[in-house]
Design a protein around this ligand. Structure first.
Ligand code: ZN
Length: 253
């Protein structure tokens, strides 16, 4: 089990992994892994050393709170999760600036939320799909453009809060796909009658029903992680004692 340790005095964080507790056998066959283990172990000793005499507390990671800027498989990215000491909850920023670096954890007194930056139609995909499916009847380019314009107008008048999320997994965790709601669908179909006539209208109606739930007609919303940091309050005197070494040095001075 991983343990998340916070130094209350310094607001620094250390994620203690089970590796830390492993004895450092000399006979590991895989040298890089072994050195990785001893590095982790030393890191925790270093953390304890530099926070000697400070108040340390363990934080519990809040389930399902992880949000990330990039896909899980991306090694260089910034993610955030929430953790609590039982009384207050905090944000932990988890990041790596270069692929060879170990992950870093930063303590943030505050909260985060996801803000919707915009919702758009997949215009390139729709145009391509219309071109493919209407190849035999050869839909004029002007009508494709008119359809895209109409669909954008539909998106402008709908409220994202009423939309149902599509099950599609997006490679980017901050891009979420939504299904068009019934009101938007009705508006789209009604206005398609001004662009398409006769058989063409029947074809586009069928196209819309075929693709509205799981494909090119899904709407793409883009989110941004907004971290709000609490104004830093002046801390009371937390240290219970001055570390011995520092005391000695202070005496010498
Ligand atoms: Zn400290």
């Amino acid at each position: 089990m991983n343990q998340l340790i916070r130094c209350v005095n310094c607001d620094e964080i250390f994620l203690k992994t089970p590796f830390d507790e492993w004895p450092e056998y000399e006979s590991f066959s895989n040298p890089p892994l072994e050195s990785f283990r001893s590095i982790e172990r030393d890191d925790f000793q270093d953390f304890l050393k530099s926070h000697r005499g400070h108040r340390l507390e363990e934080l519990q990671i809040i389930d399902d709170s992880l949000v990330s800027e990039k896909a899980h498989s991306e090694p260089v990215k910034v993610s955030y999760f929430k953790a609590t000491n039982g009384k207050e909850s905090f944000v932990i920023k988890k990041f790596r600036e270069e692929i060879a670096e170990p992950l870093k954890y930063q303590f943030i007194a505050g909260d985060y939320s996801l803000k919707c930056m915009g919702i758009e139609i997949q215009h390139k995909e729709i145009a391509k799909q219309l071109g493919v499916e209407f190849r035999r009847t050869s839909i004029p380019q002007g009508k494709i453009t008119a359809f895209l314009k109409l669909y954008r107008r539909v998106v402008e008048i709908i409220d994202i809060k009423n939309l149902e999320r599509a099950p599609e997994e997006s490679p980017n965790p901050l891009e979420v796909y939504y299904k068009l709601d019934d009101a938007g669908l009705a508006y789209l179909l009604r206005n398609c009658r001004n662009i398409f006539k006769g058989q063409e209208y029947l074809d586009i109606e069928e196209f819309i029903h075929r693709h509205k739930d799981d494909s090119v007609l899904l709407l793409k919303a883009t989110y941004k992680i907004q971290v709000s940091e609490k104004a830093k309050l002046k801390k009371g005197v937390v240290p219970p004692s001055i570390p011995i070494e520092k005391k000695k040095m202070a005496e010498k001075e």
